[in-house]
Every structure is written in structure tokens, then in C-alpha cells.
Design a protein around this ligand. Structure first.
Ligand SMILES: [Zn+2]
Length: 507
């Protein structure tokens, strides 16, 4: 019935037995080999299920698949290849349970869905998040490029292009875990801004391809929220895009303002006749107040909010709540800390003053993205928001590059935009071009041509509303020109399609 094969030096022993019932092993490099026909496997093993733990299986892929099911059904809790029964991975369940499960409790809080529709997590309503204060030097884009090239495989799973429209593209590198954390944060922010995953039907109109992250990211966000999505992307065929929006009943648009503005203008008749658009969530740029009014008055759009405020390098940084307007955002305080430093010197600004925004991210594996100068200007918004969230608020005040040193003065593109919208009635886009003539510098404000556009009147508005500009012109240091031009001829980034706020042709 049993035959014993042993090593000549006694270092191992195999007991070959013709009987099936299980037997305790003598251990010490001695194994039993017993036959067990497949159809008797469950009947034989099941009575021993309290003692069964790991089964090592050898066989063809189909054998392993079939026998694994049978072994688990018989009471085995773990199946491995023969020879790997002693190996395990971090966090592997043991005896059929996760190691710490028996010490944990499952708890639940149910909040009224109607009153908490825009609240993804109760924590921030209860208390502020406290993260360690940022330390180290201020970093710019160049400072994070070189370390990103040295990342190991585990931290370098997803590559996005992050600007660099000329020369070698700058890249942002993510692990999928980091990406997932960020997409969940952006999803919470979208809920706060009034996106409704049950009711809204979204056309995703961000730019796609060329390693750009925006379309993919919002695809991921909508997937995580379980929202209805038409992944159209920012295509050049406005007619086909509008047709798809109408045919599939989209009521929500995600995209960059300059693209959405062009689409709505090009297909104004069809989209107004459709009348189904209700919400616009934008990113990458901003709508002017006049553009917002047009979206509401002409297209019946009720909600116009930031889809997220973020950057490719750092991911989502801020979100709008239903109480936020214009460029005001809450910080994603569970992921980042924020500082605001002076325009010229690396010191904090006084509370409420505009300065350069600096973010330190605390939720990134393998990369130190501390005290990162994002290139945006902003100011702190004091006090607790009416929405009840503790997360700090800031208001975006333009790009660092929007501040131009012209004719010895610092001029801000934002100021032109505000004056044109509020006092000049401009509804379209605006771009500033700087040139150097033989005698002095020239600042050309290029505004989108519309029936009501009046360049002379706009020039008066700028001069009367912007004292530094008025001084530069009256002192003979600067020529101010306002010209109306078709929207399509304004300069845009060749890769991302973003409207260039300032085109500096002096260099
Ligand atoms: Zn709020």
C-alpha cells in the first residue's frame, strides 16, 4: 500500500501511498503522495475543511482553473503553484480573512440626499484638515522635470504633457494610484459645484490626444461618478459636435472656454433651437462676465462654473461650491497646502493681497512636489464660506504672464478684460499684443469682432479706467491701439488651443 523513496543520505523522503484519505505529515522534508480522483475531491476534502488552508496546484491552465474552483469549494482558502505555498504578498488574506478585519467595525452615516446632493464627504463640514506646514525652496516647472525623469517604474505609469508648446514638451508623471486619488478629488469638487451624476448628460469637449490630460481626466472623473458621458472631445467640426449634442440630449458641457465659445457661436442657431443646454463646467481658462451673461441669456444655460482648478503637474487644486462665483475656489485641503507669496519677492503677502500662488502636494507617491509656483496669481478670500466648508478659499487673479512690464509700468491683462466687459460691453474674447516700434512701445488690444464692437469707444474706456495706462500714453512712452478682429484670427496655443492672453512680440 505504501512505498517509501528516500535520499541515500536521508535528507528527504517521499511516501507513495495508493490510499486517498488525508494523513498528517511527519514534516522534516517528508511528503505523502496520494491519488485523489477529481470527482471524489470535494467528498474527500470537505470533512477536513476546518484544517484546510493552502493548496498547491500543478497542471494545465484549464486544470488549474477548474481545480482551483473545486479546491475553494471544498474549503481551501488559498491556492498557489506547487512550490510557492510558503510565499505570500503584502496584505494577502490569511485563513479566509484580511488580517485586521476582526479588529475593525463597519459604520454608516446616512444624510438626507436632497440636502447633501453637493456634499461628497462630511469631514470638511465638521473640521479643517491640518497638514504639515510646507518647507524647502520654492520650485518652478524646470525644477520638477529632471527628478520626474528619474522615477522608478512603480511611480511612472502615466505620462501627461504639461505645456512646453515650443521645444521639448514638459511632462508630468503619475502612478495610477496618484491619478486615482486625484480623479476622486476632482469628482468631489464637481459634485460641490453642482454637477448631478444622476440627471446630467455631459458632452466631454476637452482636447484629446497628444499626451494631453484634460479629456482623459474628465473621462475618468465622469466614470468614477457614474455620470452619462458623450466623449466627443474638442473636434474642429462644430456642426457634427452640435448635432451629437442635440441627438443625444446632452444638457451639460465640459470644456475650455475658448473652444466652447467658438462652438456656441458657430452653431448658435442649432443650439438655441435645441434649447436643452443647462450647465457649463469649464477649465483651463475663464469666461468673462459678459460671456457668462451671453451663455445665460442667449442659450438658457443656468449654471456656469469651474470644472476644477488645477494643473497637469499637481492635479486638481481647487473646486467651486455652489456659493463660489468668478474665480473663487476652495482649496482641495485634504491633498494640498497653499501659500501666497509676493509678486517680486519670496515672502508671504499681507492677508487679502494678490500674489503668486504656491501649492505643496501631500498626496503624491515617489515625487516631492513641495512649494510649487504654479504660475497663477491669486488672493486669499477671508472667512468661512456660506456653504459651510472649512477648506480655505482663494480667488484666481490671472496668470503670472498676464502682468506685463510695458513702458516702465506693470499692466495686467485682467484689468483690460474687466474694463472691456464692465464698461465697454465687450462680449467676446480679448488679446493683447506688444510690439516695439522705432520710437516707443505699442500695446494693441485685439477684441473679437461683433456687430456692437466699437474700438474707439473701448480705447476711451481703457484710458479713462486704467490710470497707469493713461500715464504711459500721455507721457509718450506707449501707443495704444484697439482693433476688432474675427475670433478665429486671434493667436492660440498651437498645441492646446488655449487663447494666448498676451502675445509679446518685442523679443
Ligand atoms: Zn463654499
Amino acid at each position: 500500500m505504501t512505498r517509501v523513496f528516500a535520499a541515500p543520505d536521508g535528507s528527504w523522503r517521499v511516501m507513495a501511498d495508493t490510499r486517498s484519505p488525508l494523513t498528517a505529515s511527519p514534516l522534516h522534508r517528508s511528503v505523502w503522495v496520494k491519488p485523489l480522483p477529481r470527482e471524489r475531491l470535494i467528498a474527500t476534502l470537505r470533512p477536513m475543511r476546518r484544517y484546510l488552508q493552502t493548496a498547491g496546484l500543478a497542471g494545465s491552465p484549464c486544470d488549474v482553473a477548474e481545480l482551483s474552483r473545486t479546491a475553494l469549494a471544498a474549503g481551501v482558502t488559498r491556492v498557489t503553484p506547487v512550490g510557492a505555498m510558503l510565499q505570500s504578498y503584502a496584505g494577502e488574506p490569511h485563513d479566509g480573512v484580511y488580517a485586521l478585519q476582526r479588529y475593525s467595525r463597519r459604520v454608516a452615516v446616512q444624510a438626507d440626499p436632497a440636502r447633501f446632493a453637493t456634499t461628497a464627504c462630511l469631514d470638511d463640514l465638521a473640521r479643517p484638515v491640518v497638514l504639515p506646514p510646507p518647507t524647502g525652496p520654492l520650485l518652478g516647472k524646470e525644477d520638477v522635470q529632471a527628478p520626474a525623469r528619474e522615477l522608478g517604474r512603480a511611480d511612472a505609469e502615466l505620462y501627461f504633457r504639461s505645456g512646453g508648446s515650443t521645444g521639448a514638451p514638459a511632462l508630468s508623471v503619475f502612478s495610477y494610484d496618484d491619478y486615482d486619488t486625484q480623479m476622486h478629488a476632482a469628482a468631489r469638487g464637481l459634485l460641490a459645484a453642482g454637477y448631478d451624476p444622476v440627471g446630467d448628460r455631459t458632452a466631454n469637449l476637452f482636447y484629446c490626444g497628444g499626451m494631453y490630460g484634460s479629456f482623459i481626466s474628465f473621462f475618468s472623473v465622469l466614470e468614477r461618478l457614474g455620470g452619462v458621458q458623450l466623449p466627443l472631445s474638442a473636434g474642429p467640426d462644430h456642426r457634427a459636435t452640435a448635432q451629437a449634442i442635440v441627438d443625444h440630449g446632452a444638457d451639460t458641457l465640459f470644456g475650455m472656454p475658448s473652444y466652447l465659445w467658438q462652438l456656441l457661436n458657430a452653431e448658435a442657431d442649432a443650439l438655441r433651437a435645441y434649447g436643452g443646454l443647462r450647465k457649463v463646467f469649464y477649465g483651463g481658462e475663464h469666461f468673462t462676465e459678459e460671456q457668462r451673461r451671453t451663455l445665460k441669456a442667449d442659450f438658457g444655460i443656468e449654471v456656469v462654473r469651474s470644472v476644477t482648478y488645477g494643473s497637469t503637474d499637481l492635479g486638481p487644486l481647487g473646486y467651486q461650491c455652489t456659493e463660489s462665483s468668478g474665480g473663487v475656489h476652495h482649496l482641495h485641503a485634504d491633498l494640498h497646502t497653499m501659500e501666497i507669496v509676493d509678486l517680486a519677492e519670496d515672502r508671504p503677502v499681507a492677508p487679502g493681497e494678490t500674489g503668486r500662488l504656491v501649492f505643496t502636494t501631500h498626496a503624491r507617491r515617489g515625487q516631492q512636489l513641495g512649494r510649487y509656483l504654479i504660475g497663477d496669481l491669486g488672493r486669499e478670500v477671508p472667512g468661512r464660506c456660506a456653504c459651510g466648508r472649512h477648506a480655505p478659499r482663494f480667488e484666481l487673479m490671472g496668470r503670472t504672464g498676464d502682468v506685463m512690464r510695458v513702458a516702465t509700468y506693470f499692466l495686467n491683462h485682467r484689468r483690460f478684460l474687466t474694463l472691456a466687459g464692465e464698461r465697454g460691453g465687450l462680449r467676446g474674447e480679448l488679446q493683447i499684443r506688444l510690439d516695439r516700434t522705432d520710437v516707443r512701445e505699442r500695446l494693441t488690444v485685439r477684441v473679437e469682432q461683433a456687430p456692437a464692437t466699437d474700438p474707439d469707444r473701448l480705447r476711451e474706456v481703457f484710458l479713462s479706467g486704467y490710470p497707469e495706462l493713461r500715464s504711459a500714453v500721455s507721457e509718450g512712452l506707449l501707443d495704444l491701439v484697439v482693433e476688432a478682429t474675427p475670433g478665429a484670427s486671434l493667436d492660440r496655443s498651437p498645441t492646446s488651443g488655449k487663447l494666448l492672453a498676451v502675445v509679446d512680440a518685442r523679443r
